[in-house]
Ligand binder design. Sequence first.
Ligand code: NI
Length: 167
Amino acid sequence: MALLTILEFPDERLRTVAKPIAEFDAALQTRIDDMFETMYAAPGIGLAATQVDDHRQLIVMDVSENKDQPLVVINPKIVEREGVQTYQEGCLSVPGIFADVDRADHIVVECLDRHGQPQRIAASGLLAVCIQHEMDHLAGKVFVDYLSPLKRQMVQRKLDKRRRQAA
Ligand code: NI
């Protein structure tokens, strides 16, 4: 397995719209395993292929406390949404930044698993937030897009400062 490089906001490659997956070959299985390793190491609870510069509709997640419930979501479509919840989100592509975002409280997603088998996921709470956040990545969106221009400027300044300190 291998750790993958995570693209960071405002990298333009994060704006790429992902394409559906049709082939469930060995290379895809390796990519999924590498994405899990990268996500757990970060550490994070979700990672979209977009964030590792792979522009296919692929998401890995694990919102469990013991990090023992890996979930692979491929070619997802939200078929039901209900209610609103506000959650303080973060993102491995926007390190150190957290902000409130409104999302649907409950969703039903139709997608494929890592072997191409159809699955239907009913999600609430954190899992629902995570799926919607990661599906945004596949559409070329980042959670800071939901912030006001002023707040987004503050985020950009904070990230610039972090990068100067790290350099
Ligand atoms: Ni993210």
